[in-house]
Design a protein around this ligand. Structure first.
Ligand SMILES: C[S@@+](CC[C@H](N)C(=O)[O-])C[C@H]1O[C@@H](n2cnc3c(N)ncnc32)[C@H](O)[C@@H]1O
Length: 233
């Protein structure tokens, strides 16, 4: 993939779907992740699903989106001509079933396949979000991202699950909450991005860096200036 200018399909708002701003953010994270294997947990009317597929196409990203939802929802979108076209082109696969079982089945059926990008937007409660994150994490690519939707006070289960998961798994977390100002401007984004830590906290790194700081602090003290320094001169 060549990173030139990122192109966006038409950004649309629809009830129950990500906002235009959130879709744009999604696009940036797809590019950052490399976007090979993508999962959308909760597709609903497939508005974001179509956005992602169009995004992959127009930016010539050779990725495939696996979109999960309950069987009724999957059935209702599977006759949509646009969806059928994406399936036919191999850009999209619909995964019917109840999460988290459908996700653990998918993981089992795709052994060793790293996941580059996940939009977690299905059931907004603590056990579901936490359970999905736990399933995804071991398979998340080093440069991969998980974006959880509705990380906001209105969904305390999502907030609790993401915070607890971040602490327990030492994950990097960037909440993209809207300020009152951006909210008033119609850009109420409530996505949160998770990724694996680039540099793990090695003991040797901690010791050498802490030692360096303590040396600097010690050099400013009366003890060093008046007692220790004259002794080592
Ligand atoms: C908020 S909507 C998804 C919106 C979509 N991501 C978008 O941006 O257009 C949530 C979807 O999650 C699905 N869902 C909720 N609980 C689920 C479960 N346990 N298993 C599978 N799908 C579930 C619902 O059927 C619904 O379609």
């Amino acid at each position: 993939m060549v990173y030139t200018e990122i192109k966006y399909p038409k950004l649309v708002n629809d009830k129950g779907s990500l906002t235009e701003v959130e879709k744009q953010i999604l696009g940036n994270f797809i590019v950052l992740s490399g976007g090979n294997v993508l999962l959308e947990l909760g597709l609903y009317k497939a508005v974001t699903t179509k956005f992602i597929c169009h995004f992959l196409e127009i930016n010539m990203i050779e990725g495939k989106l696996y979109a999960f939802d309950i069987p009724d929802v999957v059935e209702s979108v599977s006759n949509d001509p646009e969806i059928r076209d994406f399936i036919h082109k191999g850009i999209l696969e619909l995964v019917p079933g109840w999460l988290p079982h459908s996700l653990s089945n998918w993981i089992e059926n795709h052994p060793g396949v790293p996941i580059d990008f996940v939009l977690d937007d299905a059931l907004h409660d603590y056990p579901s979000v936490y359970g999905e994150l736990k399933l995804i994490w071991p398979r998340l690519a080093k440069s991969g991202f998980v974006l959880c939707h509705d990380y906001a006070g209105k969904f305390p289960g999502v907030v609790y699950a993401v915070n607890k998961f971040t602490n327990r798994y030492n994950a990097c977390m960037v909440p993209m909450l809207s300020s009152p100002k951006t909210q008033a401007a119609g850009m109420g984004s409530v996505l949160v991005a998770l990724r694996k830590r680039e540099f793990s906290g090695k003991l040797s790194s901690m010791i050498s860096n802490e030692y360096y700081l303590w040396r600097l602090l010690l050099a400013k003290t009366w003890l060093w200036k008046k007692v220790l320094r004259p002794m080592v001169r």
